[in-house]
Each structure stands twice: as structure tokens, then as C-alpha cells.
Design a protein around this ligand. Structure first.
Ligand SMILES: Cc1ncc(COP(=O)(O)O)c(C=O)c1O
Length: 382
């Protein structure tokens, strides 16, 4: 058996950890100095690789990590003992004991959770830290904002639960500023009704990447929860956050397997959705939807080969994708082909690619499959 890592690369992702570190530092520098940085590293750090990304974010000065579930938290514990870890998704009752075992911070939305986590704290002899989540209009996790003070009282009354923070989540911070402002108002009003709350001793957070555009510099907010932007991706095309000047961390590359000429009129790939308008030179790439090039980019995306944009012809297949290289005179077997990223001065951004795929950068990142090795650039590059 050959170790996969010794084999030549057919399709791979390059992760620039130095850029990740620079991005965190740039985001921090753009924020008021009292803001703490919650690094969101769920879903394998948005496909970048949890251990590598988190280790670098620890080095860069993240204050707290947020993951979706216990398995991700356990993986994070392996690399950063003692680092505070917040679980953003609901915890199943069978998972409760792991809160104590891995010393995790739970999100609380219901009375039932307060009781369960209190029982965990009692059994382990150490209180379970929780962040109270307030639903201000997302309609997902959190206690509805009008009932938040009741749940707050229950948390305070529970002997083996310790309140470590209060937070909410915006549903449309990128395109509905009035509703985002309304969510902030609801959150602040709910906090006001929590009697005796010591805001400055808690993490008070609402802002994800897009939220930063309307971050309230005054007021009780003292932490931000950043995912996408730390990976150098803007939450939307007209984002004010462009001025922070983060840079992409991730690129997605494959190779040319063969180059061949095909006559005018040939139909390309399954379903014959593309017909060559003239004699064409095509390249067959060594990656397909089995690697994370979604079928939805069939006949829509382009890739970079020798710095030239080459359109995808016909349907993307599981392991191969066909592109037109008629405009690349020297295109040859073995050439690197960039699906997302830079090649010379040319670039295909993940946002552009996601438009072709009818999706969002978050999903594009999460869709790069396990078959794709992640290669890490580790230079300090500060
Ligand atoms: C609760 C919560 N907070 C923060 C984030 C980070 O969001 P973003 O990647 O837009 O910064 C997410 C991402 O999905 C989330 O679910």
C-alpha cells in the first residue's frame, strides 16, 4: 500500500495558514480593543482542517472557539487543552456527560437544558459553563427574546451551572439592515430585563462576519463570532469588510489528465448538454463532483490553466471534468488547473465559483470532499 500523501496530486486544496493568522490579526485590529474574538471552526474549520486551522488561530490570539458538536470539540481539545470551547448546536441528552469530560461550554435555549446541565455539574463536582442564547428572530436556537429573563433566572438559580455569556444570531446581517437593527434592539431589551446581570463579566456577542458591518462600538457587546471572514472571504459582494483586507486562505486545484482535439458538432459528457460550435481542444481534468466540484457548475464555471480562463463543457462527472482549452496554446497533460484560487495574476474567487454553483461560499467550502488532500503552507509570514 502506498501512503496517499506520497502519491502525485490529482486534486488538492491548499491552505495558507499564514494568511489565516494575518486575517485574524487584521480583523482584531479593525475592532475596538475590548472585543474578544470567538473563532468559529465548525465543520472542520469550514473545510480548512480543524487541527491545523485551530492551532494557528490559537497562536494568532483567538479567545474562544466555537464548534457545532461534541466530536468537533473533542478534536479541538486534543490540540489546545484549556482553551474555552463553545458548542453552538443543541446537545443530545446522551451527550451530556461529555460536557464535563471535555470541559465544554454549552448553549442554553430551554429550561430542560438548564436542568440537565445542572445535573452534569452536580455529578462532576464542577459547574457547567453555559452561554444563554436568545432568539431575536432567527427562529432557530435560543429562547424567544420575550421569555429570556425567565430562563436567565433559572440559570442563575441552578447551583451547578455558571453563566459565561449571552448571545444571539442574526439571520440577514448582509441584506436586511433594518431587521438586524431590530434584532439588536430585541437582544438589548432582553438583557435589560435580566435582573442583576453583570454584563462586563460575561461574553456578550451577536456579530458574525457580516454583522461586523453594523457592529455597535458602544453598548454591552464585547465579543464577535467570526467564521467566513477569517478565511479571507467576504460575506457578500458589496461588503464594507473589504477594507479590512483579509486574503483567501483556501484554494482548490486539480490537474489536466489528457488534452485532445474534438471536431465541431461533438456533444460533451453525460446527457449531451453541450455541443462544440467549432473544432476544439479540450482538457479532461482529474476531478469531479466526487471531489467537490458540484454538478451545478456544469456548463457554467471556468477554471484557470496557464493563467487563462477555460470554460467547463457539459456536465461535471464524478471524477472528471471537461474544459475548453482552445485558447491555451501550450495546454498539456499534467498542467495545474485552478478551480478556486489564484494562478499568476488571474483569480477565481470562491464567491464567483459559488455563484456558478448556485450556492454560498460556506457551502462550497463544506462540499470539498474527504478525497481531497489539504496541503498546508505553514510559514509564519508575519
Ligand atoms: C451561531 C453562529 N455564529 C457565528 C457563525 C459564523 O458566521 P460567519 O461564517 O458568517 O462569520 C455561524 C456560522 O454559521 C453561526 O452559526
Amino acid at each position: 500500500m502506498f501512503a496517499a500523501s506520497r502519491l502525485p496530486l490529482r486534486c488538492w486544496a491548499e491552505i495558507d495558514l499564514a494568511a489565516l493568522e494575518r486575517n485574524l490579526r487584521l480583523i482584531r485590529a479593525s475592532l475596538p480593543s475590548h472585543m474578544r474574538y470567538v473563532a468559529v471552526v465548525k465543520a472542520d474549520a469550514y473545510g480548512h482542517g480543524l487541527p491545523q486551522a485551530a492551532a494557528r488561530l490559537m497562536h494568532a490570539g483567538a479567545d474562544l472557539f466555537a464548534v457545532a458538536n461534541i466530536a468537533e470539540a473533542a478534536a479541538l481539545r486534543e490540540i489546545g487543552p484549556g482553551w474555552p470551547i463553545l458548542l453552538l448546536s443543541p446537545i443530545l441528552p446522551e451527550e451530556d456527560p461529555y460536557l464535563a469530560e471535555y470541559d465544554l461550554i454549552a448553549t442554553v435555549s430551554t429550561s430542560d437544558e438548564v436542568q440537565r446541565f445542572d445535573a452534569v455539574g452536580r455529578a462532576s463536582g464542577r459547574p457547567v459553563t453555559v452561554h444563554l442564547k436568545i432568539d431575536t428572530g432567527m427562529g432557530r436556537l435560543g429562547v424567544w427574546h420575550e421569555q429570556a429573563e425567565k430562563l436567565y433566572d433559572e440559570i442563575v438559580a441552578a447551583k451547578h451551572v455558571k453563566l459565561g455569556g449571552v448571545f444571539t444570531h442574526f439571520c440577514s446581517p448582509d441584506d436586511d439592515l433594518p431587521f438586524t437593527a431590530e434584532q439588536r434592539r430585541r437582544f438589548l431589551a432582553a438583557l435589560d430585563r435580566c435582573r442583576g446581570i453583570q454584563l462586563n463579566q460575561l461574553f456578550i456577542h451577536a456579530d458574525n462576519s457580516a454583522g461586523l458591518e453594523t457592529l455597535e462600538k458602544a453598548g454591552p457587546f464585547n465579543a464577535v463570532r467570526i467564521g467566513l471572514l477569517q478565511f479571507g472571504i467576504l460575506p457578500h459582494s458589496h461588503s464594507l469588510l473589504a477594507q479590512v483586507k483579509t486574503e483567501p486562505v483556501f484554494s482548490f486545484r486539480t490537474r489536466v489528465g489528457i488534452v485532445k482535439m474534438l471536431p465541431k458538432g461533438t456533444t460533451i459528457s453525460y446527457g449531451r448538454t453541450h455541443t462544440l460550435a467549432h473544432d476544439s481542444k479540450v482538457a479532461i481534468l482529474t476531478a469531479g463532483y466526487g471531489d467537490g466540484i458540484p454538478r451545478s457548475v456544469s456548463n457554467r464555471a471556468s477554471v484557470l490553466i496557464r493563467g487563462v480562463r477555460c470554460p467547463v463543457l457539459g456536465r461535471v462527472t464524478m471524477d472528471q471534468t471537461i474544459v475548453d482549452v482552445s485558447d491555451v496554446p501550450d495546454a498539456a497533460r499534467g498542467d495545474e488547473s485552478v478551480i478556486v484560487g489564484r494562478q499568476g495574476s488571474a483569480e477565481i474567487s470562491i464567491s464567483e465559483f459559488s455563484v456558478w454553483a448556485d450556492t454560498i461560499p460556506w457551502e462550497t467550502l463544506c462540499s470539498v470532499t474527504k478525497r481531497v488532500p489539504r496541503l498546508y503552507k505553514t510559514s509564519l509570514g508575519l
